[in-house]
Design a protein around this ligand. Sequence first.
Ligand code: SF4
Length: 304
Amino acid sequence: MNTDLADRLIDWFGQHGRDLPWRRSRDPYAIMVAEVMLQQTQVDRVVPRYHAFLTMWPDVAALAAAPTAEVIRFWSGLGYNRRAVNLQRAAQQVVAEHGGTFPRDVARLRQLPGVGAYTAGAIACFAFEADVGFVDTNIRRVLVRQWLGEITGGDAAAIQQLAERVVPAGRGWWWNQAIMELGALICTARAPACQRCPIAASCVEYAQRRAAPALAGLGAAPHRVVAERRSEPFAGSRRYYRGRVLDILRAAPPDTIVSYDILAQQLAATAAAAPTDAGWLQQLVADLARDGLLVADDRGARLP
Ligand code: SF4
């Protein structure tokens, strides 16, 4: 690892990194809550919900013991509701299998429900300050541009190895926070601010771009090589209707079973183009039940 590069990036983060509440914590439970929320939700929206969640369930035992319906109700507006159920299942597993104390290593963290390679790495690093490498969209973008330059596609295993290789010994927390922040604030997908980048001098992609002035006229085109996840149209998607069904159940009094007829009527009221086929609705409800988001029988559905 180039220590000069690490120094420059970490110094930059020390001066320009945002003061986000989870960066002040080393509590693995709080870090897990933040990381799960941040998976699909923007920082500004996560901050107040993070505080509210920790006020409601301040530790892993409290979340493990909470009624699942309450956790699902809380998650309203955050989207991707399965995260709420997995978060609680992870808390329950920490309590049941680890006596309420989080495992510290990535391999055992990965065995928690809903905890993938990224989240396990983030908990190990941001809570326990382990020198581990992990990859999310921002980290991947910086790694690819800084070390590999213009490549098409992306070999996930190779990028994971790169992420692990470049972590400076003893400074994993600072390094990973810094590289993520650079991807969020400077090395953005469409318009990287290379003139303000603290590691521009060693950046392969930046050098390639300057060496090929013809590309400069293409504006954002050179940056498309770092494939980013695109969101699909939301309204009318299956995920959209899953969210609407849960919204209807959240609005019902606790433990109330909402019949399929009522669900269909209320779906039609909130989404004019909602499919009217009973089999479609029952399948949608069955999928939600399989994910632990509701309980269903012949009469209808309710929150768990
Ligand atoms: S120089 Fe530009 S492309 Fe390279 S890491 Fe910095 S912001 Fe990203």
